[in-house]
Design a protein around this ligand. Structure first.
Ligand code: AMP
Ligand code: MG
Length: 480
């Protein structure tokens, strides 16, 4: 361990050891990631390793803490949230020299638990494991899953007593927009400056050289997050709870609570049981990010200039470029999905496709794979998704816009358009089975979604969207 966060002043966190659990059992661990972190995989699987992953033993050099943060949740500000069910063990340096947080999620109560038990049920642990590893395989910046253990304990949830579990999360850091808001709400300028300097050193060292390093920090975070959300949009990913405490300064996707993937394309798609007004609907995500960045910018004003009013110009200039920046990332993403990498497509061509997809309720992931098949002379897959009469005129214009050998273009498309994503009904089935004691569906789904681009005949079913009856009533839950 080489801990830097735990060296910050005490008001940044609460020292907290994980709770002991009666019967730790390793159900999954990520050998590849362990190797990347220079952690001996055989040791991690041993009784001592599992004891650490369950919170029963503290490894040498760890300085367990719960981090303080605040956040806007569904637009309402909570000045104190913090790690209520997570404990940061410390930081390790991976084989590429990058600093990585090691965090136990579901390891018992902390100073920030409020009414909660600080624990996790197995279901949400399985969900985070599957979806975060799928996102990594898809090339999306994300926190990672190192391990999942069951605890032999029951946790009480709405559904009744459920098997408890602990998830080991690896992240570039756990600094959130909400971490800045915590000190901003307390008017603690000294802490804000320390935090900003820490974030710059850790994630955006170039910003330190800029004429105004705090404006540069804002700009870096805005760029990283705009790029991230454009990738979510390209994949049809719906985070579900884009509160400012779930917006990471690193630009990684964090907190796989009520997340889901689109099947039928619909900008208004929302699956979270608590998102009654659709604030975090698929199509709202870029606008929500812009709002979250404005909240981040607010916390930096006093660092940028002595009188916050004097900083508004410089900070607004960054926020004002957000839409343009996001549009550029998304346009590049869609161009690549449609076989024109590095060459933005005519906007009306893209918009028309999206209109057809929306009207036909076309499966988002399936459509792009089927379009590549069309270039190979196979239109059957697309025909199942969108009637030929509806899409043929568009197909002709699209083909006319492509440059180069169509078979090569089709192969390139297949390298950016996944065949297998963690489809909602599959994730749901995997976590239901796991809860009932059968881990096989979880293992198989994980294997499939961590190979998102390689077609395998035996995985044909995994490429299929959920039956309509499933999707129409489907809801996701936060797991709290
Ligand atoms: P989330 O919705 O997962 O981003 O969490 C929002 C806040 O609720 C954070 O401060 C969490 O630490 C806290 N929280 C969520 N679940 C629990 C739990 N079971 N016990 C204590 N705190 C929790
Ligand atoms: Mg959270």
């Amino acid at each position: 361990f080489d801990n830097t966060y735990a060296k910050l002043p005490e008001r940044f966190f609460a020292k907290q050891e994980p709770a002991r659990v009666p019967e730790a059992k390793l159900i999954r661990f990520n050998r590849e990631l362990a190797a990347k972190l220079s952690i001996d995989a055989d040791w991690l699987e041993s009784a001592d390793g599992v004891a650490m992953l369950a919170g029963n033993a503290i490894p040498e050099g760890a300085e367990p803490i719960a981090q303080a943060y605040a956040g806007h949740q569904f637009g309402g500000f909570s000045p104190q949230l913090g790690d209520g069910r997570a404990i940061l063990l410390g930081e390790v340096i991976d084989v590429d020299g990058a600093r990585r947080d090691l965090q136990l999620k579901g390891s018992g109560r902390t100073l920030f638990s409020r009414g909660g038990d600080g624990k996790s049920a197995l279901g949400p642990v399985i969900r985070e494991y599957i979806v975060s590893e799928a996102m990594a395989a898809l090339g999306v910046p994300t926190t990672r899953a190192l391990a999942a253990v069951t605890t032999g304990e029951r946790v009480m949830r709405q559904e009744g007593p459920l098997l408890g579990a602990v998830f080991t999360r690896v992240a570039a850091s756990h600094i959130r927009v909400g971490t800045f808001q915590y000190f901003w709400a307390r008017n603690d300028i000294e802490a804000l400056r320390l935090l900003a300097d820490h974030a710059i050193a850790r994630h955006y060292s170039d910003a330190a050289e800029a004429p105004d390093s705090y404006v540069a920090l804002l700009e870096s975070v805005a760029a990283a997050q705009a790029d991230l959300i454009a990738q979510w949009m390209s994949l049809g990913f719906i985070h579900g709870v884009m509160n400012t405490d779930n917006t990471a300064i690193s630009g990684e996707t964090i907190d796989y609570g009520p997340c889901a993937f689109l099947d039928a394309f619909d900008p208004g798609a929302v699956f979270s049981s608590i998102d009654h007004r659709g604030r975090y609907a698929y199509g709202n995500q870029p606008a929500v990010l812009k709002w979250n960045l404005a909240r981040f910018a607010e916390t930096l004003l006093t660092l940028v200039a002595e009188k916050p009013d004097d900083a508004i110009g410089a900070v607004s200039a960054v926020l004002d470029t957000f839409v343009e920046r996001y549009d550029a990332y998304f346009a590049a993403g869609i161009a690549a999905k449609l076989g024109s990498p590095g060459r933005p497509l005519d906007r009306t061509l893209v918009d028309e496709l999206l209109t057809i997809m929306k009207e036909e309720g076309a499966d988002w992931t399936g459509t792009f794979r089927a379009l590549a098949e069309v270039l190979r002379g196979e239109s059957a897959d697309l025909g199942v998704i969108i009637p030929a009469g509806r899409i043929d005129p568009w197909l002709q214009r699209w083909r006319g816009s492509l440059e180069g050998d169509v078979r090569q273009i089709a192969d390139e498309m297949d390298r950016v358009n996944p065949l297998y994503i963690p489809r909602n009904h599959r994730v749901d089935a995997a976590l239901r089975s796991a809860t009932d004691g059968d881990l096989e569906p979880f293992r198989e789904l994980l294997e499939v979604v961590t190979h998102p681009f390689d077609r395998r005949d035996e995985w044909a079913e995994y490429a299929q969207p959920a039956p309509r009856v499933f999707s129409e009533g489907f809801q996701t839950f936060c797991g709290t």
